[in-house]
Design a protein around this ligand. Structure first.
Ligand code: FES
Ligand code: FES
Length: 160
């Protein structure tokens, strides 16, 4: 089936298999490998993308379901102002170890801080409950998001 969607701001058209997932579509057809595949059944969040503005598990969506819709992967946030702040705090607060979960964590962090600006650690832990870090680096991840949220909300000066 031929589908056309807006991917990171550009229209893309491809022939896809009816059973092809959105995750395989962005990785294998479009070369956007920031979207990782871990569990492939909706449990880990490694495949998180943004579909029509909502964070979504790309392993649970079929590419054909995204025809005519808007998809953003982490690559699309390269120059996004809030994401730049979030990336900086992940770096400073040791928010990653192997990095496998990191693309999903970054997209989820941006979503959490957009909905709950400057939220506290308990809120971040609750909101992140669907994202798995196989390295169990949760304390650094939570600290990174809280810290980024404080900077974005103007609650604390940026760290050096
Ligand atoms: S790979 Fe999609 S949720 Fe784990
Ligand atoms: S940093 Fe390794 S899976 Fe999270």
């Amino acid at each position: 089936m031929k589908i056309t969607l807006t991917l990171n701001g550009s229209k893309v058209t491809h022939d896809v298999e009816p059973r092809e997932t959105l995750a395989d579509f962005v990785r294998d057809r479009c070369g956007l490998t920031a979207t990782h595949l871990g569990c492939e059944h909706g449990a880990c969040g490694a495949c998180t993308v943004v579909l029509d503005g909502e964070v979504t598990r790309a392993c649970l969506m079929l590419a054909v379901m995204c025809d005519g819709r808007t998809v953003e992967t982490l690559e699309g946030f390269r120059n996004h102002p809030a994401m730049e702040v979030i990336r900086k705090h992940f770096h400073e607060c040791h928010g990653l170890q192997c990095g496998f979960c990191t693309p999903g964590m970054l997209l989820m962090a941006r979503d959490i801080l957009a909905r709950k600006p400057g939220c506290d650690a308990d809120t971040v832990r609750y909101e992140l409950s669907g994202q798995i870090c196989r390295c169990t680096g949760y304390s650094g991840i939570v600290k990174s998001i809280v810290s980024a949220g404080q900077e974005l909300a103007g609650k604390a000066p940026a760290k050096a």
